[in-house]
Design a protein around this ligand. Structure first.
Ligand code: NOJ
Length: 528
């Protein structure tokens, strides 16, 4: 058995994948970023603010999770203080200015603004904090982009069902209305939801994100259903009451790129099934010309539900009116992208029964020879995947400018972050090629993240920042890394540095060296 296992692993390494001929996102070129292309940096409230119970803020589902489950976070940390941006927002705005960035994307904490979760009690200190931050940005001529929901539901709303309670559509709309009332005259970009799939699939269907409910097969679909209605409701409210502000509103969806594991028709089909049942789960209802959940997902969940003796599909149905109400409710397509996977069709049941994973029935792996030394094990460096994804979205959801609201690389810290410099160079090269050669409809790019922060279950181990944060220092001192300098140069010159080489992945070399070095490891295991 052992022998078979290792021979299979070895065959996997040797075989690689059928389709991905190059990692590079394009050859060396003189391409420049278009004049009106915007550059930004992103953060999120839980990850940077700290002050988790100060000035009237109530606990979010993340506060609750990490306080009650001490082993949830890799280094046992919490977001109680994080980068202390609640007190250091002036320095944050200054850093954005130093970078020469046009837009700063940050999120507003629902339990800081509405400690009961409801509008019966609007926290003036919470409003003041965001007002001050926005004013500080405007003082530097930086455009604020606000994410209304970046995963931090008030625990009090979770206690009554959270995103599985259909009344949350109203609760969320009321919350968004408070933000529009106070800030819509100053904020020109709004993101209703950051990575809703993480909230629903991992938070309600799984245990990887708060509230870690693990009611797979049911709760992820309920959550998504309510969340999409909430998104559409807020879009219509915005267009009806705040249109004169000229603001733009969209959603930020997370998507990996997918390549077929082998060149068989089945594995090529797996790619389409994967993309349409993951990104498409959220994108199809809002951005496709026909609206509604993707037909593949409807059929798959329906068939599995029948087989499992449910009286109706576990995927709730939208009425015709709801489909029309949700379709087209965005001004831009926000995309968070980091990495690529290889897909194949499962030849037996996968995942828990019932679950979205089981319903969809594909298997996802990564090629261990892809470069990476990242502290986030999933973060393999495949710039060509980014380019292909941008093309895919442009073709599949025409008419919406894509704003890349997140892209970045994690390491274990250090100012001389050559791997991150290389990652950004490669991904920006892929982006330039997507724009100039493939005519992808991309109008902006945001680096994740402005500074090191609380990386959810990875705590402070995984560092994504352009600025290093010294979490041990009392002032949470922020210092620019090499990658910050690269980003500033790219923004100023609108192009990649002269010496950039699209085929040089040596910054990740110790990791690349790791894949061949697995051969002796395999032999060792065989012999012992
Ligand atoms: C996506 C999330 O939006 C962000 O909060 C997270 O830190 C990054 N990806 C990196 O994992």
């Amino acid at each position: 058995m052992e022998l078979v296992k290792y021979v299979l692993i070895f065959a996997f390494f040797c075989n690689g994948n059928a389709e991905l001929d190059t990692l590079a996102g394009g050859e060396k070129s003189n391409y420049t970023f278009p004049k009106d292309f915007v550059f930004g940096v992103s953060t999120a409230a839980v990850q940077i603010e700290g002050a988790w119970d100060e000035d009237g803020k109530s606990p979010s589902i993340w506060d609750h999770l990490v306080h009650t489950n001490k082993t949830f976070v890799r280094d046992g940390s919490t977001a109680d203080v994080a980068a202390n941006s609640y007190h250091l927002y002036k320095r944050d705005a200054e850093m954005v200015h130093e970078l020469g960035v046009n837009i700063y994307r940050f999120s507003i904490s629902w339990p800081r603004v509405l400690p009961t979760g409801f509008v019966n009690n609007i926290n003036p200190l919470g409003i003041a904090y965001y007002d001050n931050l926005i004013n500080e940005l405007l003082r530097y001529n930086i455009t604020p982009m606000v994410t209304i929901y970046h995963w931090d539901l008030p625990q009090k709303i979770q206690d009554i069902g959270g995103w599985t309670n259909s009344l949350i559509v109203d609760y969320y709309t009321d919350y968004a209305n408070v933000l529009f009332k106070h800030f819509a005259h100053k904020v020109k970009y709004w993101v209703t939801f950051n990575e809703p799939m993480q909230t629903c699939l991992e938070g309600y269907g799984g245990t990887y994100r708060a509230p870690a409910l693990n009611r797979h097969g049911i709760a992820e679909y309920l959550c998504t259903h309510n969340l999409l209605k909430a998104h559409a409701n807020v879009y219509h409210m915005f267009k009806t009451h705040y249109n004169e502000t000229g603001g733009k509103l969209g959603m930020s969806l997370d998507s990996n790129w997918a390549e077929p594991r082998s060149n068989t028709a089945r594995d090529r089909e797996a790619v389409e099934v994967y993309l349409s049942t993951h990104m498409g789960w959220y994108a199809h209802p809002v951005y496709s010309p026909s609206g509604n959940y993707p037909p593949q997902l409807i059929d798959l969940v329906n068939a599995k539900s029948k087989k499992q003796n449910y009286t109706r599909s576990r995927l709730p149905e939208f009425t015709k009116e709801e489909v029309d109400f949700i379709r087209g409710t965005a001004d831009f397509f926000g995309l968070n992208h980091y990495t690529t996977y290889l897909l194949s069709m499962a030849d037996k049941e996968v995942g828990a029964i019932p679950s979205h994973e089981n319903d969809v029935g594909v298997v996802r792996v990564q090629d261990p020879s892809w470069p990476s030394m990242s502290s986030s094990s999933w973060l393999k460096v495949v710039p060509s995947g980014f380019r292909r994804l941008l093309n895919y979205i442009t073709k599949k959801y025409p008419g919406y400018p894509i704003i890349v609201t997140e892209n970045g690389y994690a390491d274990y810290s250090g100012l001389d972050d050559t791997a991150r410099v290389s990652y950004y160079s490669h991904y920006l090269n892929a982006l330039l090629h997507a724009i100039h050669e493939d005519h992808s409809n991309v109008s902006g790019y945001f680096a994740w993240s402005l500074m090191d922060n609380f990386e959810w279950d990875d705590g402070y181990v995984s560092r994504f920042g352009l600025y290093l944060v010294d979490f041990k220092s009392p002032n949470k001192t922020r210092t620019p890394k090499q990658s910050a300098k690269l980003y500033t140069e790219v923004i100023a010159s609108r192009r990649l540095p002269e010496d950039y080489n699209p085929h040089d992945f040596s910054a990740f070399s110790s990791a690349s060296a790791l894949a061949p070095s697995l051969l002796p490891f395999i032999l060792y295991r065989l012999l012992h």
